[in-house]
Design a binder for this molecule. Structure first.
Ligand SMILES: [Zn+2]
Length: 284
């Protein structure tokens, strides 16, 4: 894409595909989007990529350890301020006895120098970025639209290789679905994600993601129509051929659906929705 460079970090895995993609926007006086993990080789490669240029802005889509930790190092090396929605926080208050599940994936150290509000516009040398609040994957997730282009940096909200993990309490399905809907109303048609390649025909792609979640929700409801069930049983029933390393994440994804379904009055459980709870169709 004209005026945009991408740099892949060497952190491949079941949650990151080939690795995190950092982006450099502009020429001469540039912005970096998602400096990436605390990986010395990646940090050195980023600094090398902007040699002879001035980094004026560092943007962070969200506070997972594969996206934000290198921001402090790039800031120290360049003096550029950091921009993001805010520090890491769960999407809802923690229930009694509940730990932030993806604790190991969270970067709780990151504090943006400039906290961005939804719709806020930041202008650099030859580029303008609009912050698009897209909670769901995390409460503080932001996508960044490159104004006067057809481009959106979609972070982990919309990825080029897999659907996003939405895991309570850090993620929330109701927010995620609303954020997908928000993107469908926007004009940008090329998304540059935090993992995977460029997404074309983005409106159609995002509509497909919405249908995918609706289908999963329908599978859960179909399963519960046969009787009350717990999350482990539902995961075994509806995730066929799942990578065993993702079983735990799939369980939390089902929990995210349960929270949403309970909030909408379609499903009932005793007490608050929890990973070990038993669920039934409301009214049954
Ligand atoms: Zn993430």
């Amino acid at each position: 894409m004209p005026g945009v460079r991408r740099l892949l970090a060497n952190n491949p895995g079941p949650f990151t595909f080939k690795g995190t993609v950092s982006y450099i926007v502009g020429q001469g006086r540039v912005a970096i989007i998602d400096p990436g993990p605390l990986d010395e080789a990646h940090i050195a490669a980023l600094i090398d990529a902007v040699r002879g240029e001035t980094v004026t802005h560092i943007f962070v889509t969200h506070t997972h350890r594969d996206h934000s930790p290198a921001a402090a190092r790039i800031k120290a090396a360049t003096g550029a301020p950091t921009f993001g929605e805010g520090p890491h926080r769960p999407a809802r208050p923690l229930n009694v006895g509940e730990a932030p599940r993806l604790d190991a994936s969270n970067d709780t150290d990151f504090r943006p120098d400039r906290a961005l509000a939804d719709g806020e516009v930041v202008t650099g040398a030859g580029w303008t970025i609009e912050a698009v609040a897209t909670p769901g994957h995390t409460a503080n997730h932001m996508a960044f639209a490159l104004k006067d282009t057809d481009l959106m940096f979609s972070g982990d909200h919309v990825m080029g290789w897999s659907t996003t993990i939405v895991a309570p309490p850090d993620g929330a399905m109701t927010d995620y679905m609303a954020s997908l809907n928000k993107l469908m109303m926007r004009p940008e048609q090329f998304y540059l994600p935090g993992h995977g390649g460029t997404i074309r025909e983005a409106t159609r792609f995002v509509a497909g993601l919405t249908l995918h979640r609706k289908a999963r929700e329908a599978s859960i409801l179909h399963r519960l129509a046969k009787g009350a069930s717990d999350i482990a049983t539902i995961v075994r029933a509806i995730y066929i051929g799942l990578d065993p390393r993702l079983t735990n994440a799939a369980g939390f994804s089902v929990l995210a659906h349960m929270e949403d379904l309970v909030a909408r009055g379609e499903v009932a459980t005793d007490g608050l929705p929890s990973i070990s709870g038993v669920y039934r169709l409301a009214g049954s």
